[in-house]
Design a binder for this molecule. Structure first.
Ligand code: ADP
Ligand code: MG
Length: 700
């Protein structure tokens, strides 16, 4: 019975049910059904005593004799009640519907297996609408199951395919399968080495385990298999690309790099910066196209790393570009870089949608002629009309804001060969996610902050403490510092958010009156020019407080700002909070982040706030974020089909993933083509599934 048999041929399915299975669950074949895994299980391997029933909402299975069955009440209050008794006591049963049928089918005095959820009324426990099955040698057997519960829908339920109906289909399917239908995909040495159960056992036990141990073993095997093959594929792609993708070899470290390093660099590089530059240098010199992701927390000093890499490109006679997701951020990079290179003799240009007319024409001409060494800009850089003389290195900042196509467009700008690509992100991605999302890329981490920076102190305050917070703000302003006050703004509740922002602004204006205090306000509904004007006032130190929405999230660098107040902090995601906090702590002063929330917080909201208070480490925060939100909802991963796993969970299965990746790497190291006999199963499985798989994560 091959797995690609159409689902209508399964006994118990037929055309009508097949139709809903296809529509509702995407189940077209036997194989699709087999891989429709339960989302939870009901453990009916254990029997409780009546005495054990003491938690409301809990499921219980009890053996006992039905002692009483009677209809009580009249009209709408009419219901069927009963009593089930075992050696330890009696439990009340209650049905509000189906009394007639039950009275006909249940028999007082007989022994039943009861299964149901406990409920409490007037201090006494009862079981509403229990499942009752007569205790026979047969039901005693079936009662000892560990029942799978499958995701179902209303439409399926109407066709008799509720959890129970699906369970029955699955049983039919599994009973009809032969070992040969589920060939092993993992070689013996892996099964033994990782003590994994066979695929045959795993696929049967994931549906119908005898007990928890069997389920755990099946789950572990299937998770390993899923993660292992993904890693094997990604690593194979990476190897192949490294072998195949010829790139410019920047083998020279020349005058620009050296004189920048010796004469211009205003500080000593951190160990992490040195290490990452070294990694990149090796990539650039290797003659293959570089595809590297650099992760580094806000303030870890990515800009200077980017610049030094661009200098290597220039030393080798090429141009470089740096692309940022917003105009403000691009501007800031431009200013920084212009300042850093000083009189080194490097021509740096700026290009964005707002650069028009003669200015734009001039930039384009200088790019095409090669006169410009570096161009900094927004996504305008990837427009068709931007032509480089010889682009050798493209750096993309804040990677998560660019789509895959945009990155691909950059790649086409190479002079014959594709440029080297370096992506920089300040949103650290948990290791497990990076291994998967960017599994075929090289990843570097700047995991060390420049010295002398005082860690930001983060404090959680509820609304009640607003006055105290304002007092604190006054003190900081008196010391000459500046303050951000940030409000949430999301599309779905935009109107209410706008009101919230405006009334907050008005209240602040009253509490911090002119002329003593000056306040800027910036939000997404303002014209770009007004925004810019207000930002500039703050940047120049003309205003004390900047009231803003998250438009300031990426961008502005105001070292004198020492306090970040986040209103309704519980409404922000963790990575967003972390990004916002990164706006302060840029100068020498002790900085503070104050999270203001309502009094009542959801469990998740509380954990987010507590995490922020506990740590400044972006990597640690990312791990918590992953656990709270699940991989599909992490910033920058939404569109990635790659994170849709059948059974693995990147938030929980980090250990399995690491083991799977390590062994996959070792296997490929030893046998890149998987040609050795012991790897035959791997090769065959990759070939069989290869066509369906896509390559998602190339950054360029
Ligand atoms: P980010 O990684 O957030 O882009 P930046 O590159 O903007 O960080 O650097 C933040 C600040 O730290 C800048 O003012 C930069 O000049 C400074 N900086 C970077 N590296 C060092 C270093 N090794 N020592 C001291 N200051 C540094
Ligand atoms: Mg930066």
């Amino acid at each position: 019975m091959p797995l690609d048999t159409a689902i209508e041929y399964l006994k118990g399915v037929g055309p009508q049910r097949a139709e809903v299975l296809k529509k509702e669950l995407g189940i077209f074949t036997f194989g699709d059904l087999l891989f429709h895994f339960p989302f939870r299980y009901i453990d009916r391997t254990r029997f409780h005593s009546v005495r054990d029933i003491r938690t409301e909402g809990e499921l219980y299975q009890v053996k006992g004799i039905l002692r009483r069955l009677e209809t009580v009440g009249t009209g709408r209050a009419k219901r069927l009640t009963g009593t089930l008794r075992d050696e330890t006591g009696a439990i009340e049963l209650i049905w509000f519907q189906g009394a007639q049928w039950l009275e006909r089918n249940l028999q007082v005095g007989k022994e039943y297996v009861l299964f149901g959820r406990a409920s409490q009324f007037n201090g006494k426990f009862n079981i509403p609408h229990p499942e009752l099955e007569e205790l026979t040698p047969d039901t005693a057997q079936s009662a000892r199951t560990f029942d799978p519960v499958y995701p179902s829908t209303d439409k399926l339920t109407q066709k008799g395919l509720d959890a129970k109906g699906l369970r029955k289909l699955m049983r039919t399917l599994l009973d009809g399968l032969l070992r040969a239908d589920l060939p092993e995909t993992l070689p013996g040495f892996l099964l033994e080495g990782f003590r994994l159960v066979s695929r045959w056992d795993a696929l049967r036990h994931i549906h119908f385990p005898e007990n928890q141990q069997e389920l755990d073993a099946a789950t572990r095997r299937l998770k390993f298999e899923e993660l292992f093959f993904l890693q094997l594929r990604l690593l194979q792609i990476r190897r192949r690309r490294k072998d195949a993708s010829k790139g410019f070899a920047f083998d020279k470290i020349g005058d620009y790099f050296n004189s920048f390093y010796h004469d211009k660099l205003p500080f000593e590089l951190t160990g992490a910066q040195k290490r990452v530059i070294k990694e990149i240098r090796a990539d650039l010199a290797a003659g293959q196209q570089m595809n590297r992701l650099v992760q580094g927390d806000v303030g870890s000093g990515k800009t200077v790393v980017a610049l030094m890499c661009m200098l290597i490109a220039i030393d080798n006679g090429f141009q470089a570009c740096l692309m940022a997701p917003t105009e403000i951020l691009a501007q800031q990079h431009f200013t920084n870089i212009t300042e850093l290179v000083g009189d080194l003799g490097i021509n740096v240009g700026f290009l964005s949608g707002s650069v028009k007319g003669k200015k734009r024409a001039a930039i384009l001409e200088q790019l095409a002629s090669g006169e410009l060494h570096i161009v900094v800009g927004t996504h305008a850089l990837i427009e068709d009309w931007v032509v480089f003389q010889n682009l050798g290195l493209a750096i993309i900042d804040e990677q998560h804001r660019f789509g895959v196509e945009q990155r691909a467009a950059l790649w086409k700008k190479g002079a014959g060969l594709p440029p080297h690509v370096l992506v920089m992100t300040a949103t650290p991605i948990p290791r497990t996610l990076a291994m998967t999302l960017y599994g075929d890329l090289d990843v570097s981490a700047i995991d060390e902050m420049p010295p002398g920076r005082k860690p930001i102190t983060t404090i959680h305050k509820t609304e009640h403490h607003r006055l105290r917070v304002q007092g604190f703000m006054r003190e900081e302003i008196a010391k000459g510092r500046q303050i951000y006050v940030v409000y949430p703004m999301i599309e779905e509740t935009e109107k209410a958010d706008m009101l919230n922002l405006m009334s907050g602004f008005e209240a602040l204006s009253r509490d911090f009156p002119q002329p003593e205090y000056q306040i800027s306000i910036v939000h997404g509904k303002m014209k770009a020019a007004d925004k810019e004007f207000e930002m500039q006032r703050f940047v120049k130190g003309e205003t004390h407080i900047m009231v803003a929405t998250t438009v300031i999230e990426v961008g502005v660098n105001v070292p004198n700002a020492s306090v970040m107040v986040i209103e309704n902090a519980e409404r922000f995601g963790l990575s967003q909070l972390h990004q916002l906090r990164g706006r302060v702590g840029r100068g020498a002063e002790q900085s503070y982040c104050i999270l203001l929330t309502g009094y009542k917080l959801s469990a998740d909201g509380r954990e987010r706030v507590q995490t922020m208070v506990r740590t400044n480490d972006g990597f640690e925060i990312a791990e918590v974020d992953l656990r709270l939100r699940g991989p599909g909802n992490m910033e920058g991963t939404q569109q990635s089909g790659m994170l849709r796993f059948l059974i693995a969970d990147l938030g929980r299965d980090g250990q399995i993933l690491t083991a799977a990746r390590d062994i996959a790497a070792r296997i490929l190291e030893d046998d890149p083509a998987l040609a050795k006999p012991e790897n035959t199963r791997l090769r065959l499985h990759l070939e069989a599934t290869g066509k369906a798989a896509q390559v998602w994560s190339r950054i360029s």
